[in-house]
Design a protein around this ligand. Structure first.
Ligand code: ADP
Ligand code: MG
Length: 885
């Protein structure tokens, strides 16, 4: 076996620490011997079945010696070699032998498990199907690591040893275990930052305007329970606290360091923090990647990783945890405590969000301004907030995605327990330019962002006002069980606008039930309108309004009650709000209000919106999220018949012959997609009119003749497609005419049988650099672009997801039997979507793929035109290899 070396990476350990994984090098010999020498006699015995270290040393020399033929991986913790894992023997399709030795000091961190994960993945990619480990029965730790890994395993006992066989292939179970471990590690690493008990502010100046000074003042004023230390070699005291010359002088050390020095000093300060055991850095200083200094940012991250520190920023506003009073930010206003977990990639947006949230009565659990996101990103914060008891709703302002696919997976899981609201800016061309110059991040096309968020159940808002409107409803009120709204108020105009907005946004405004009508009639004045909306009239009192709310809440026909009150009519603002809040108190249904002109809270849990559309928007978003959350789980992605290896071979061979990539010809493209179950109609290649005529006779008329040539892309645009030719003679004549029309650009033709009449659809995909493939479906044929009716998804796409995709199309009724036409085989069309998704997911070198059209008939679906462009591409990050970016 010729080992392919795994790449180097950093991984989080169970306790939130960081290990560096890399291939074993011959120069590691001394460190391996030191590892053996540090090992206790018991560890050496358990690993090598002998008490002496001679065997162990010989073993290590074999690994670093010439001609070593295994896959071997080492782990470094704070620069020291702390573990080695190898898989030896076993060629493609075979079985390798596993060996792992860890530093005694590093047990319990999950280091062995993460090395096993990486090694198994490496082995799988080298064709090794199985890994065998021979373990002493008393080596409980190792047996547990193997059993809990998530790799399917069997064990047998022989000769006093336990032989554990692990299969290396991908599986749902393994992925779930890996994600659970990743979650635990990520949460713990951020918890160490947010729950820090001691904070140093480095670069806290005496001038009140400076960022460091403001952070210090916020920490002091925020009532932080832990220790706060200003670090400033030029001052004796700042904000009334004694200043220390350096982080090393902090008594008892600091768990968190906020760095506010000029950029030029940050790296040295970070190294100093690394030496003194700091767990997390918040770097406020600007002047890194956003200013073009990518090298400085890379070095900053490297320092943090080597020392096991998480890094927030650089170029950020800081972090807040209201549970511990930790306000390590220079936000101008102190956030109030509440249920919102808030992250912003822009400092300015962060400040505005915190300000507005406080103004409308929305409290924050924790907050992070992540700036350049060199390390900690939205993905990490989602992992942290997932089981943070104080966080009920998550709101993210994003400008870019570091690892969009990972975001999608995490968001889908977290979103099943807590709503996630995202504002992603940089949608259009101008916004995209603004965001790129701001964060130096590669943009993800907006259609892809949309597909990603939609599939993950994320609530996407266009702006931060909508974000806060939706967030406070979700944070303060129960989720609506459905979309049936009772509108209760004292003024016809605003109520009519409210009802209109409900219908526009997919909510319904049904009539109350007869008992509810009776109850309303009994309590309201005769002039009141008793229907939906319920209008208590301008003279209606606060008591009447509250009675109407109670009646609607008791009606099983409503999921939500929306009070529309126009002050100062009736009993006036304060008594009315009080009465409504009392009626809403403790209700299991969603209650919200539009008190004209008033954005804030009624009582302590009922949000009020200044305008009806705002309230309805928030309610519609909450109802949409509730529906997503309660829908039955999709069955796992069904696996269509696939010959992935053949497809991979074809692509590799073609790229070897054409290293820059190219459009495949029709025949090659058809063969490629066929590996993933995508059917292309039988097609004969003809070099001239005689061959075309012969093909027509062989296939049996009627046939289609299509011109081919290296530059011919849209054949029908140049008169290069003739449908319905009835015999060899017509084919010959048509060929001649086509050749005359097109000229030398036509070098041959394709002949196909005419497909049965059906609905023409397009199924396509594009691979984006950071995002990966995006699959598209829509009405097909030559007018596809004109109609702009498209649905997008990122693979993997399940049957259920493909069905939802088609359901989103305006042309969907065509598939289900429109105006007397028969319904077509939608499932076969879905299979094409799934197949294209899997193919593009598996092979990053497929840059573009188009099946246009796929002709869908009542008895099947077949593509009659297929185009595939190959281009060299780096491998995509594997979800089976957990690592820090
Ligand atoms: P291009 O997209 O390059 O113009 P296509 O091969 O997609 O060429 O053909 C154009 C149109 O001709 C299709 O949208 C379809 O309506 C029709 N067509 C092509 N091939 C067939 C076929 N085998 N059976 C029926 N109709 C066809
Ligand atoms: Mg076409």
């Amino acid at each position: 076996m010729i080992p392919a070396l795994p790449e180097e990476c950093d991984v989080l350990l169970r306790d939130g620490g960081i290990a560096h994984l890399r291939p074993l090098r011959p120069t590691d010999a001394a460190a391996l011997h030191a590892l053996v020498d540090r090992a206790s006699e018991r560890s050496t015995y358990l690993r090598f079945c002998t008490g002496g270290t001679g065997t162990a040393h010989a073993y290590m020399d074999r690994m670093t010696g010439p001609g070593y033929q295994g896959l071997a991986l080492v782990a470094l913790l704070r620069g020291r070699l702390a573990g080695v894992a190898e898989c030896v023997g076993g060629g493609p399709g075979g079985r390798g032998d596993l060996g792992i030795l860890l530093d005694d000091q590093c047990h319990g961190l999950g280091l062995g498990t993460v090395m096993l994960e990486h090694l198994a993945q490496e082995a799988a990619e080298n064709g090794v199907k199985e890994i065998a480990a021979d373990v002493l029965p008393e080596n409980r730790t190792m047996l547990r690591v193997l059993a809990d890994s998530g790799l399917p395993s069997t064990s047998t006992h022989a000769d006093g040893m336990v032989r554990v066989l692990l299969s290396t292939g991908p599986s749902e179970e393994l992925l779930a275990r890996i994600e659970a471990r990743e979650h635990e590690a990520d949460r713990n690493s951020l918890a160490a930052v947010f729950a820090a008990r001691s904070v140093a502010v480095i670069g806290a100046g005496r001038a009140p305007g400076g960022a460091g000074h403001r952070v210090l003042a916020n920490l002091v004023e925020g009532g932080f329970a832990g220790a706060v230390h200003p670090v400033n070699p030029h001052a004796a005291e700042v904000c009334g606290l004694p200043a220390l010359p350096a982080i090393g002088a902090v008594p008892g050390g600091a768990e968190l360091a906020v760095i506010a020095t000029p950029a030029a000093a940050v790296l040295d300060v970070a190294r100093d923090c690394a030496r003194h055991g700091v767990r997390g850095l918040v770097v406020l200083s600007a002047g890194f990647a956003e200013a073009g200094d990518i090298a400085a940012e890379t070095e900053l991250l490297r320092i943090c990783r080597a020392a096991g520190m998480r890094l927030i920023g650089p170029n950020c506003l800081g972090i807040v945890n209201t549970a511990t009073g930790l306000n390590a930010s220079f936000l101008p206003r102190r956030p109030r405590a509440g249920g919102l977990g808030l992250m912003s990639q822009s400092g300015a947006v962060a400040a505005a969000l915190v300000e507005r949230a406080a103004a409308v009565g929305l409290g924050i659990s924790s907050f992070a301004s992540v700036g350049n996101k060199a390390d900690v990103s939205g993905n990490d914060l989602l992992e942290y907030w997932e089981d943070d008891p104080a966080t009920e709703v998550i709101a993210l302002y994003l400008e870019s995605f570091g690892n969009p696919r990972r975001f999608g997976r995490i968001a889908r899981r977290v979103g099943a327990v807590k709503p996630i609201i995202v504002v992603k800016s940089g949608r259009g061309a101008a916004g995209g330019r603004a965001v790129r110059s701001h964060t130096a991040a590669a943009a993800t096309p907006d259609a892809a962002v949309d597909a990603l968020l939609r599939a993950a159940g994320v609530i996407r808002e266009d702006g931060v006002r909508d974000m806060l409107d939706t967030a406070r409803l979700l944070a303060l009120q129960p989720l609506p069980a459905g979309g049936r709204v009772a509108i209760i108020g004292n003024s016809g105009g605003p109520q009519a606008m409210t009802a209109d907005a409900c219908e526009r946004l997919g909510l319904t405004v049904p009539e109350p039930s007869p008992p509810t009508r009776e109850a309303l009639r009994a309590r309201l004045r005769p002039a009141a309108a008793i229907g939906n909306p319920v209008d208590v009239t301008a003279d209606g009192t606060a008591g009447e309004l509250a009675d109407a709310v109670r009646a609607a809440l008791a009606d099983p026909g409503f999921d939500a009650v929306l009070v529309v009150y126009t002050p100062p009519f009736g009993s006036g603002l304060a008594p009315t709000c009080e009465a409504v809040a009392a009626a809403a108190h403790g209700s299991a249904k969603t209650v919200l209000a539009c008190v004209a002109g008033y954005d804030g809270l009624i009582g302590d849990r009922t949000p009020s919106y200044a305008f009806p559309e705002q309230a309805v928007h928030a309610l519609a978003r909450a109802a949409g999220y509730a529906a997503w959350r309660s829908r039955p789980a999709d069955p796992p992605v069904e696996v269509p018949p696939v010959d992935g290896a053949a497809a991979r071979r074809m692509v590799e061979q073609d790229l070897a012959a054409h290293p820059g990539g190219r459009w495949l010809d029709h025949a090659a493209a058809a063969r490629l997609v066929a590996c993933y179950g995508v059917r292309v109609t039988e097609t004969v290649v003809a070099g001239d009119e005689e061959e075309a005529a012969a093909a027509a006779t062989r296939l049996g008329p009627p046939v289609v003749l299509k011109a081919t040539g290296p530059g011919l892309v849209h054949k029908s645009d140049v008169g290069g497609v003739e449908v319905g030719l009835r015999d060899a003679g017509e084919v010959r004549a048509s060929y001649r005419k086509m050749a005359g029309r097109i000229g030398p650009a036509m070098t041959g033709a394709l002949v196909q049988r005419v497909a049965a009449h059906g609905v023409e659809m397009i199924v396509g995909g594009v691979a984006y650099e950071a995002f990966g493939p995006l699959v598209m479906a829509g009405p097909g044929g030559v007018t596809a672009e004109l109609l702009a009716d498209h649905a997008f998804r990122a693979p993997p796409i399940s049957h259920a997801e493909a069905a939802r995709m088609l359901g989103e199309l305006r042309c969907a009724p065509l598939l289900h039997g429109y105006r007397g036409r028969p319904a077509v085989d939608v499932e076969e069309l879905e299979a094409h979507i799934i197949g294209v998704g899997r193919l593009m997911d598996d092979i990053p070198e497929i840059a573009e793929l188009d099946l246009n059209p796929v002709i869908v008939t009542p008895s099947g679906a077949v593509a009659v035109d297929v185009r595939v462009r190959l281009a060299p591409a780096p491998p995509r990050p594997s979800p089976y290899r957990r690592r820090l970016r």
